[in-house]
Write a protein that binds this ligand. Structure first.
Ligand code: IMP
Length: 428
């Protein structure tokens, strides 16, 4: 079949873009199936740095068709910003990019709705502020959701926005006296224009992908965020609003999971998380501590928001759970080089809750919050490894660390990344 998925097994930012980039030349289509411009993927290719938020990173490969699936929420302003940025960097974008007519549209009132909810200390999730949650709420709520294909019908759009904006304005006024108010007519005009600009890109992507499968085309699915941020299976409520594990592929693209024969679970050699929510292995050890050292060496700052990422040790309890959940068939261990200066390295192999051993990953934030990690300690290697190109080039302690991760998770480690460049990858 030749269909592959690259999925993050932690809280996002696992450097999935690099693995996608390595696989693009053996695929014909690359598909994003969840999220929106909340994602941040960085790909370094031929010494150039490319930043992605909404578009599939696979679009860097000439000849590949990039698909934004029905499971996404699309802000047309961000869409054109990214298209223009990539064009300016020399990336050809034309009929190699298609967007689902059933993807949902993010409007400015979604950002306002998010602002109002995030400024309420009790409701705050620590989101990226891109309108993702409110747009998915409207999709699931049905009455106020607008799909991309609807932007192509000006009269219909005007009528829908008139009703929706009136409701939103009332709701916002009730929530806060200083809430922004919106003008339905102006929005309808603006979004009709975006619709006509996007028209060449808008397609029935489900049909397109089914045809691709009929023609034995190889499809690469590119997940955004990480499995622990999945709205159903992550650390709810501190999650994103889509199915960011592999569970979202079927609903978010229309391609049944039975077509996928390779699932690469991507993990950092340590853990990070942005935003609020439980993080059992977090290193809160101050400005001179290991947490800060990992942040500095790994440049652990959010691509979208610039927020410092919270850093901690590798959590094998969480990863075992996401390996099962995602159906991973192999692992990619990323950013191993970031740990090279540490004298010893810890792996969380179990939790204790109220003094009792827990042998599974609790799927509720309030329970996970009470879990205390149990660590095993491995020796560090204390030499740079950025020049390693084969497993045999790694120092024994680094090799032992990678082997231990594979052993704990019961999977083969197919990729080890030792630096940002494409070449700095061990494929085994
Ligand atoms: P939202 O997706 O903007 O609603 O944010 C919900 C949670 O997911 C917040 O904790 C964000 O920091 C987190 N999040 C969203 N997108 C990403 C990502 O691409 N990487 C890491 N965390 C993310």
């Amino acid at each position: 079949m030749g269909c592959t998925c690259v999925v993050g097994l932690q809280w996002g930012d696992e450097a999935k873009g690099k693995i996608v980039d390595l696989l693009t030349d053996t695929h014909d289509y690359v598909v994003r199936y969840n999220g929106g411009a909340n994602a941040g993927h960085t790909v370094v290719k031929n010494g150039k740095v490319y930043k992605f938020s909404l578009l599939p990173t696979g679009i860097l490969q000439p000849g590949l068709k990039a698909v934004i699936g029905n499971g996404l929420v699309v802000n047309p302003v961000r869409f054109f910003e990214e298209v223009n940025q990539l064009r300016a960097a020399g990336v050809a974008i034309g009929d190699n990019l298609v967007v689902s007519n059933h993807a949902h549209v993010i409007f400015p009132y979604h950002m306002e709705e998010e602002r109002l909810s995030e400024s309420d200390g009790n409701a705050s999730i620590g989101t990226t502020g891109r309108g993702i949650g409110p747009c998915y709420m409207d999709k699931v709520g049905r009455g106020s959701g607008i799909r991309l294909g609807e932007l192509l019908y000006p009269d219909h759009l005007r009528a829908r926005l008139a009703a929706i904006v009136e409701r939103k304005n009332r709701l916002f006024r009730g929530l806060s006296a200083d809430a922004r108010q919106f003008d339905a007519k102006a929005l309808a005009e603006e979004y009709t224009q975006y619709g006509s600009q996007m028209r060449p890109f808008i397609h029935d992507t489900v049909r397109l992908l089914h045809k691709a499968l009929d023609n034995n085309k190889r499809i690469l699915f590119e997940a955004a965020q990480g499995s622990l941020l999945d709205v159903d299976h992550g650390t709810y409520p501190y999650v994103t609003s889509s199915n960011s594990s592999t569970t979202g592929i079927w609903s978010g693209s229309g391609v049944p999971a039975t077509n996928i024969d390779r699932i690469i679970g991507v993990l950092k050699a340590y853990s990070t998380r942005v935003g609020r929510g439980p993080f059992p292995t977090e290193l809160n050890d101050g400005p001179d501590g290991i947490g800060q050292q990992i942040r500095r060496i790994g440049r652990e700052y959010g691509t979208v928001t610039g927020r410092p990422r919270r850093c901690g040790w590798f959590d094998a309890v969480a990863a075992k759970y996401t390996v099962r959940l995602s159906g991973a068939t192999e692992l990619a261990v990323m950013l191993l080089d970031v740990l090279s200066e540490l004298p010893e390295i810890k792996i969380c192999t179990g939790y204790e809750m109220d003094g009792v051993a827990v042998d599974h990953f609790p799927g509720d934030a309030f329970l996970l919050d009470r879990c205390v990690p149990v660590f095993e300690t491995l020796a560090g290697w204390n030499v740079p490894i950025t020049g390693a190109r084969r497993l045999a080039d790694l120092p024994a302690a680094a090799r032992a660390y990678v082997d231990r991760l594979g052993e704990l998770l019961g999977l083969r480690v197919g990729f080890v990344s030792v630096g940002p460049d494409r070449e700095q990858t061990i494929v085994s």
